[in-house]
Design a protein around this ligand. Structure first.
Ligand code: NDP
Length: 324
């Protein structure tokens, strides 16, 4: 992988023409209803630090749709002046509306959902439109044709998939190539505690020429050391969303997180930055897609764009920590 000399914070997305920042900001949490002022500050701070990719989905909130509405308001109140300098993605694939057309992978759902996302964000187009998760009940051909239609209509510049296994990824990429809308990117969970993508998916991306973006790179905060000394009252695990339940914070995961924190301290870095540098050691990963609940977390994670690569000794220490 070659990187532009004067833009070390960007990587080429697979074998496409698009560069992405090595750290991207996801709007799954903290951009829903009633958070406008804080959300606006976070978006602008990210942009100022070079995090120019904002990742959304139709169902982000809560309630579903409200993260896109919030982001639309932020765009309308000034951020849209930078539209040509930022990358905005959205997705459809989880339940969004009632009935059979509000979920899944049908052409009917995907294209109507994209139109609704564009309305909420007050945009003419998104840069990347993803199918959010595989739908075995819908022919893959139909789902991929819907993504290709979105591209042909100019409502999305590129097509992406998320949470697809390696075999389905290869099949999807072949179909999209035939349809003239090559697969730009795959979005998957990847962190020191979740190594599944190493068992075939990263290899499939290299084979197809698609880029990769790793979500939950900090294991929802665990690898950032958020829970090393208990569950803070303002943390995701203490919230009522249920996406990170206290019982998921196991002793094994905590032991790995504490070791990572110790290795990070030896390097003079924060645990979050080391966890991100660990993910970015893989050339198949174009970007690590973080979440954040405050400005300080964004600033800290942005610094990972300049982190030095891990030494062999550090890699071994982290491997041992993850193995438990
Ligand atoms: P992370 O693993 O980055 O977790 C984010 C949380 O980690 C924050 O809310 C915060 O926790 C904590 N944190 C972040 N930075 C720091 C720091 N520097 N120091 C200490 N704690 C920190 O990612 P998410 O799980 O939030 O996912 C990121 C994005 O990935 C989403 O917004 C979404 O765009 C995408 N995603 C996609 C999915 C898919 O199916 N395609 C599924 C899930 C996510 P706290 O809130 O407790 O302060």
């Amino acid at each position: 992988m070659t990187q532009p000399e004067n833009q070390p914070a960007f990587r080429r997305c697979g074998r496409s023409g698009l560069l992405l920042p090595t750290i991207s900001l996801g709007l799954w949490h903290n951009f829903g209803a009633h958070t406008l002022d804080r959300a606006r500050e976070m978006a602008w701070t990210a942009l100022d630090l070079g995090i120019v990719h904002f990742d959304l989905a139709n169902n982000y909130g809560p309630p579903p749709g409200s993260a896109e509405e919030t982001f639309g308001t932020i765009l309308a109140s000034g951020l849209s002046a930078h539209r040509d300098e930022i990358i905005i993605s959205t997705k459809a694939g989880y339940r969004m509306g009632p009935g059979p057309y509000g979920d899944g992978g049908s052409r009917k759902y995907l294209l109507s959902s994209l139109d609704a996302s564009l309305r909420r964000m007050r945009l003419d187009y998104v840069d990347i439109f993803y199918h959010h998760r595989p739908d075995p009940a819908t022919p893959l051909e139909e789902t991929m044709a819907a993504l290709a239609s979105a591209v042909a209509q100019g409502k999305a510049l590129y097509a992406g998939i998320s949470n697809y296994d390696p075999g389905r990824t290869l099949a999807a990429a072949a179909m999209l190539r035939e349809l003239g809308a090559p697969l730009l990117i795959h979005q998957f969970r990847y962190n020191l505690l979740h190594r599944e993508p190493e068992k075939g998916l990263l290899q499939a991306l290299e084979a197809t020429g698609a880029g990769g973006i790793a979500f939950s790179p900090l294991a929802q905060g665990l690898l950032a050391g958020r829970y090393n000394s208990g569950i803070p009252g303002d943390s995701r695990a203490a919230s009522s969303t249920g996406f990170l339940r206290p019982e998921q914070i196991t002793e094994k995961a905590l032991a790995a997180a504490r070791t990572l924190s110790a290795v990070a301290a030896e390097r003079g870095e924060t645990p979050a930055r080391l966890a991100l540098a660990w993910i970015l050691r893989r050339p198949e990963v174009t970007s690590a897609l973080i979440g954040a609940s405050n400005l300080e977390q964004i600033r800290d994670c942005a610094a990972a764009m300049q982190s030095a690569p891990l030494s062999q000794e550090e890699l071994t220490q982290l491997e041992e920590a993850a193995a438990g």
